[in-house]
Design a protein around this ligand. Sequence first.
Ligand SMILES: [Zn+2]
Length: 435
Amino acid sequence: MNLRPTRTPKVKEFVHAPFWACPDCSTEGTFGVLMICDRHYVRRCIHCWFDQRLALPPVKKRIIYLDQFVFSNMMKELDPANVGVVNTGSDGFYLTLFKTLDRLSKLQLIVCPDSPLHDHESVVDTRYEKIRAVFRQLSHDVSFRDPRTMLHAQIMRAFDCWMGGEPCLADSSWDFALTRNPHVWRDRYRIELNCILPGFAAALRTKNIVVTQRLREVCKEWREDPTFSFRETFENELAGHWRQILEQFARYTARFAAVHLGYAPFDDEVCFPPAALVLVTRMMTKLAPTFPNMDERIARIREFFISEHFRAVSGVRISALLWATIARDINAGRKSDRFPKASMYNDIDAVAQYSPFCDAMFVDKEISHFTRQRELQQELAGTALFFSLRKNEKADFIEYLRCIEADAPSEHIQMVEEVYGRDWPTPFVDLLADV
Ligand SMILES: [Zn+2]
């Protein structure tokens, strides 16, 4: 038997154009791009396997947040199964938008982060995997953190400043809000992990029905209130945030004590404590050295919740202002068939938590209208630009995006060509061909 020596195969497929002449073996057209790593990239010769690391200049990308309905409609216009069947009524707006965003994303000029809100709103759709493919194409692994986690982190920061007697400044660094640094050169490839908890979509659907029903009752109260006051509603919403935190904490600790003492069965409610428990426990721990008595600690936490430090938490203020603005609109005579649904909570969370970290947001028409009301305009000054399907805003958004490419320095565009090749920015309109 003739046994030939084996050697580790070297995969040429991972080395991409554009190919240069190799600086080591001088072969023409063999020195391609092996990988791109944030602030440098590696070239490799497919003839002699010589590697070279080359630095990349810093990039500062625009952060653009898109509401879930935008991804859902882009999916409909991209899906080959829908051609000639589904009419989104947009005259191709979403397809144009996808092409523009995908090109800008590949030119390393923008990132459209996905978020747990996108996931929760899409997982109840039978076309979830197709919607997910679209938002992941544009986010490229950059995700916003859960809005509740961000809100509690803001509150904890305000609490620390209140305890230390210092003024509270919001954390504006990207890593407070995003899971990865968006301002880097991205690789051609990304690895995805797909996992859906069994029963998750059904549980979300049931929760949405219950929340929508409860919201309708609150809306009726707002509409029928003859002494409605915007200021009072805002104050109630503000206080509602901390009351809910303390209620969840009290309910969980009471339940835990009952289970511990054998008065109640061990169940899911005890297994999965609410986020409020973690927040209040952290506050308690900070107070423990000075206030050994539990009641004293609770009293101090209540003091914090009515302090200016808590009132200054931007996520709480924006959310309370949005709800008060909706309430005012409803009180002015909005019909019950236009009452908000459970998804309004997601829309409000997105603006309240993500807008300070975005350059632009494309949101629901109603939300965009509210952001232009006096009180919110004041609160949101310096955060994102808001766009929606409202008259002129669609065209303004496309124009805003076109200006991003037009304003990019020519050296940056040349560097993109050097690293990724001339064809790279071509929009991936066949994205859903195999999904
Ligand atoms: Zn070589």
